[in-house]
Design a binder for this molecule. Structure first.
Ligand code: PLP
Length: 383
């Protein structure tokens, strides 16, 4: 069977719709569903306190950390398991040793996953948040951000791929600027992980937060946070649970785990971990990351070309894309969204500026993109 057909046969959600919203959540592959069901069946049959239950759970956690480390280009010791991207963003943002009057920098391309933890830190520690305007000039972000750095800046928090415009930010250059000024860099990798190659060491960032349910096609409930050893040593623990400690004493307190793993918390659902492990294996061993990244890139370029030819459509996403392609219509975006959904074509709207956004998954076909473009023809042009 042709590779794409084989991959699509493992994604049942594709048969009933044109699935162009992996940026919200990817379709669940059969091997992921099977691993989750198997885990739940074992829990029901053996009991959740079965002999070796915690030994196996710890092994599973180690396997999931190792898979994420391999995908991100770091050591397993530099990975903490989290619940999702936003969890990782919170753990770092609220863990900075803030003093009143300190400053953080972000951009006007960010998702609440980066913004809300900053707002919480401002509320709690009375910090100032500076917002870099890079909406129409993402490539200039290093210079724009550098102009906002002051001696009080402690953190730059921003996404690798903007959920609004789909722009890929020059993270390596931004990290170089930040480190010249002794500022930590936290990256929201929700729209990059599984969509484009990511190597945190080459990027030179301090922290990188990712999740499973989007481009990896994993379950909800498992994410990962990369943190270098030196950066992790500067962070305070916000949520302390048994996952945090190597050991503790009732009177002396806890001895945290080394590195970023001191940010891990407590009880987790093993079925989610089993699903996430299966998703990592499926992507790396069956689909192949190089194949997936190349295909996403090609499909996103095709989508840009097809959309640019539709009267009334303006493509917002710059030429350097990951898997997201954002476009505007001359008519009401919400009405267009609904009309597309009625034809079983699933995209989404994004705010500031109000636009529509498609996600080009590695499993999508060129025909599906043509279908979207054709469906937009009667919908996009204003009166
Ligand atoms: C850029 C970005 N950051 C964060 C999130 C939130 O991700 P999560 O649900 O994994 O916290 C999303 C999508 O929902 C996103 O697009």
């Amino acid at each position: 069977m042709e590779k794409l057909t084989q991959i699509r046969s493992q994604l049942p959600a594709l048969s009933s719709q044109v699935y162009l919203n992996t940026g919200t959540a990817g379709p669940l592959p059969e091997p992921v569903r099977a691993a989750m069901v198997e885990s739940l069946a074992a829990q029901a049959a053996e009991g959740r306190i079965a002999t070796e239950y915690y030994v196996k759970l710890n092994q599973l956690k180690a396997q999931v950390r190792a898979k994420h480390a391999a995908l991100l280009g770091c050591e397993p010791e530099e990975i903490a398991l989290t619940q999702n991207t936003t969890d990782g963003m919170n753990l770092v943002t609220l863990g900075v040793n803030w003093q009143p009057g300190d400053e953080a920098i972000t951009t006007n391309l960010e998702h609440p996953g980066a913004l809300f933890p900053l707002f919480a830190a401002r509320e709690r520690y009375n910090i100032t948040i500076r917002i870099a305007d890079v909406l129409n000039r993402p490539e200039e972000a290093p210079a724009v951000i550098e102009r906002l750095i002051t001696p009080r800046t402690k953190l730059i928090s921003l996404s690798h791929v903007s959920f609004i415009t789909g722009a890929v930010l020059p993270i390596r250059e931004i990290a170089e600027v930040a480190h010249r000024h002794g500022v930590l860099v936290l990256v929201d990798g929700a729209q990059s992980f599984g969509a484009i190659p990511v190597n945190v060491k080459e990027l030179g960032v301090d922290f990188y937060a990712v999740t499973g349910q989007k481009w990896l096609c994993g379950p909800e409930g498992v994410g990962a946070l990369y943190g270098s050893r030196t950066a992790a040593a500067q962070l305070r623990i916000t949520f302390a649970g048994y996952g945090t400690a190597q050991a503790y004493d009732m009177y002396a307190g806890l001895l945290p785990k080394g590195g970023v793993q001191k940010l891990e918390q407590g009880t987790v659902q093993p079925a989610n971990l089993a699903g996430q492990l299966a998703a990592c294996r499926w992507l790396t061993e069956e689909v192949g990351t190089d194949w997936a990244y190349a295909r996403i890139r090609r499909l996103a370029a095709t989508a840009r070309e097809l959309l640019a030819r539709v009267p009334g459509v303006t493509v917002v996403t710059p030429a350097e894309t990951a898997g997201l392609v954002t476009f505007q219509v001359e008519t009401d975006a919400e009405r267009v969204l609904k009309a597309l959904a009625q034809q079983r074509i699933i995209v989404r709207t994004v705010p500031h500026p109000r636009s529509l956004r498609l996600s080009a998954g590695f499993y999508n076909t060129e025909e599906e993109l043509e279908q979207l473009a054709e469906a937009l023809r009667p919908l996009a042009q204003g009166g």
